[in-house]
Design a protein. Structure first.
Length: 125
């Protein structure tokens, strides 16, 4: 009997603004999709993270008026990039997204694992 694979800290990267026209309901649906993937990873024994979980409260606290403003540009993607540096892997979900695709490129450049489907992530439990 072999030992289970080690738990990984996995950044869930998917579209946030892409294709939404910055509609709050569509943005919320994209966050929900990332959170659902994160929950599945957690239940499989991993530590899932999203840049949105860190960036969105900071943006609100900083007084951002919405996606694309100066504060958004200062905080949103830089938080995800800093978070990625501490992760073991990326799970890329959803449709087109320049930001999520950038996380994949950065992960590969750093020699991190990149998953494109939940079924490819080995469960720990």
């Amino acid at each position: 009997m072999s030992a289970p694979p080690p738990s990984q800290m996995i950044l869930v990267a998917g579209p946030y603004r892409s294709g939404t026209g910055d509609d709050p309901a569509a943005l919320g649906a994209n966050v929900r999709a990332m959170n659902e993937a994160a929950l599945a990873l957690f239940r499989d024994g991993h530590l899932p993270v999203t840049g949105e979980a860190l960036a969105l409260p900071l943006l609100e606290t900083a007084g951002s008026t919405g996606p694309g403003d100066r504060l958004f540009d200062e905080i949103f993607h830089p938080i995800a990039e800093q978070l990625l540096a501490r992760c073991d892997a990326v799970l890329r979900i959803g449709g087109p997204s320049d930001g999520a695709d950038r996380m994949v490129v950065l992960a590969r450049a750093a020699g991190k694992r990149v998953y494109t489907d939940l079924v490819d992530v080995p469960a720990v439990r």
